[in-house]
Ligand binder design. Structure first.
Ligand code: FES
Length: 206
């Protein structure tokens, strides 16, 4: 009896309507999917363009060597302590205690110096040698020097050339002290080393 009702003429139009509705629903779902796909593709493309744009301008404002390097307060050596090696900026951070390193007697009063570690002779990287004995070269009481491994140019804590083939003292980088005790060193702003290196030291009170 129930079978007879399903196949009755009155039931057939209702079935067709239902099938038509389902077909239409599938079309709508397909169109929605396509719209979402296109929108997602566009979003990704625009995102990639924005990222490229920002990356381009980021290169104009580099960090690390060539740009401004921030040295946290904790990495600033105490006056007279061993210089800190700041690898990202390719420099030594020296905190001179009074006239320390002023081997030419120009009148240094101490402070911070960012010394470019590239040797002014032929460009080797100059390491800090903490065990170097100044007494051996007529500087008794002085220990530790910058000494180039390539041809032996030797520099004081202020980067002043003591002896060796280098044509000048170690170069210095522009340095400023921030409010929180950290430093900003502009590694793109390098000044050729000179006898006045100790006078370029920036006072630092932590
Ligand atoms: S490169 Fe340093 S002394 Fe020659």
């Amino acid at each position: 009896m129930a079978q007879a009702e399903q196949s009755s003429p009155a039931a057939r139009p209702a079935g067709r309507i239902e099938r038509a509705r389902q077909t239409e629903a599938r079309k709508i779902a397909r169109r929605s999917f396509l719209r979402v796909s296109v929108f997602a593709g566009l979003t990704l493309s625009v995102g990639a363009m924005v990222a490229g744009f920002l990356g381009f301008f980021n290169r104009l404002k580099p960090t690390g060597f060539g740009g401004v390097v921030t040295v946290p307060r904790v990495s600033v050596p105490a006056p007279g302590a061993e210089p800190s090696r700041i690898s990202g900026g390719k420099f030594w951070l020296s905190n001179l205690q009074g006239a320390e390193g002023d081997v030419l007697g120009v009148g240094g009063t101490g402070g911070l110096l960012a010394l470019y570690w590239k040797c002014p002779h032929l460009g080797c990287t100059v390491p800090w040698n903490p065990s170097f004995n100044g007494a051996a070269v007529n500087f008794p009481g002085v220990t530790g020097w910058f000494r180039c491994p390539c041809h032996g140019s030797t520099y004081s804590r202020a980067g002043i050339r003591v002896y060796g083939p280098a044509p000048r003292p170690m170069d210095t980088m522009a340095l400023s002290v921030n409010g929180d005790g950290s430093l900003s060193v502009n590694t793109g702003k390098i000044t050729g080393g000179g006898a006045d290196n100790p006078l370029r030291a920036v006072p630092y009170n932590g």
